[in-house]
Design a protein around this ligand. Structure first.
Ligand code: PAP
Length: 326
């Protein structure tokens, strides 16, 4: 079961006394669905996630070969996970008939550090990572990992997505989790929370900038990828990813069409059709809610011109001088 897919209040009883004391000293906020958030090191978390972040910070010992896939929620994490698994597995799996992605979902194969692995303990059993490199993922901003990773050469891939599409994707996801229709009132509340920054893992500006700046300072450690570029020129982007991860495609692999085969195998159409990604999990939630449209610019169908202008102005102001543009 993917713990990430549990509703966010499940596991609140796993919050330690120490964390409860810390929470009482942090800025707090109740979000548009009545969920309590607190601001730790500049990022808004619910209490369960904060416990996972603290456990990670206390206990994670990076290995030099570790690969961490990072993203703000709803930026295409599932796709990046599938592509990375397919790239790393290709020397072992010449065919796609017995591929690990057929028996486990991308989130099961590449667990989230703070949401899965360190959710309940700062010393989890990592025995399942017997083969190297270890693949992890996270929705934490880079500054939350800074101390823990500071002497490590491990690689981080950051996947960035257009803010407005991220918001729309999240709106649909939130609605699906709660088995509700995506209502305008929820969208408007989420929009305001996005703009104010008081949203789970927000503010998104600080978040994206943490990875953007590091990718400029040390492009060998942080690869900054964009969802829109992956959609527009998937071949170029998957080759870029493979090179960064130290497993570039050989000429023979390219001549044999392996680049296209991996892209097709990891396409939304194929992944969402796999039995493993259709199963019901905890609370009868469908794993298929991780697959929707996967389109660029879907926000145009839902945001008003006023919303568009407001978000554009905030984005411009917050990213000014950084060189990062949406
Ligand atoms: P997460 O943060 O909960 O892990 P994440 O996978 O980052 O979710 O985002 C889901 C989005 O990625 C969905 O976008 P949409 O709502 O705009 O459609 C989902 O459709 C999209 N997605 C999932 N798998 C793929 C894929 N293989 N190719 C392209 N987009 C994908």
């Amino acid at each position: 079961m993917d713990l990430k897919e549990l509703p966010s209040n499940v596991g609140d009883d796993k919050i330690s006394e120490e964390t409860n004391i810390l929470i009482s000293s942090l800025p707090s906020h109740t979000d548009f669905q009545g969920k309590k958030l607190c601001n730790y090191q500049g990022c808004w978390y619910n209490y369960t996630t904060l416990q996972g972040v603290l456990n990670f910070q206390a206990g994670f010992k990076p290995q030099d070969t570790d690969i961490i896939l990072a993203s703000y929620p709803k930026s295409g994490t599932t796709w990046l996970k599938a592509l990375t698994v397919a790239l790393m597995e290709r020397s072992k799996n010449q065919s796609f008939d017995h591929h690990p992605l057929l028996s486990n979902g991308p989130h099961g194969l590449v667990p989230f550090l703070e949401l899965h692995v360190y959710r309940e303990s700062s010393s989890p059993n990592l025995a399942k990572f017997s083969s190297l490199p270890r693949l992890f993922s996270t929705h934490m901003p880079l500054h939350a990992m800074h101390e823990t990773l500071k002497d490590s050469p491990c690689k981080i891939v950051y996947l960035c997505r257009d803010v407005k599409d991220t918001l729309i994707s999240w709106w649909f996801f939130r609605s699906a989790i709660h088995k509700m229709e995506p209502t305008r009132s929820l969208l408007e509340a989420m929009f305001e929370a996005f703009c104010n920054g008081t949203i789970y893992y927000g503010p998104i500006w600080e978040y994206v900038l943490s990875y953007w700046r590091r990718s400029l300072e040390d492009p060998k450690q942080v690869l900054f990828m964009r969802y829109e570029e992956m959609k527009e020129e998937p071949r170029g982007q998957i080759k870029r990813l493979a090179e960064f991860l130290g497993c570039p495609f050989t000429k023979e692999e390219e001549d044999n069409g392996l680049v296209d085969e991996i892209l097709e195998f990891c396409s939304l159409r194929n992944l969402s059709g796999l039995e493993v990604n259709k199963i019901k999990i905890f609370n009868k939630m469908d794993r298929k809610i991780f697959f929707r449209k996967g389109e660029v610019g879907d926000w145009k169908n839902y945001l008003t011109p006023e919303m568009e202008n407001k978000l554009d102005m905030i984005i411009q102001e917050k990213l000014q001088g950084s060189g990062l543009k949406f």
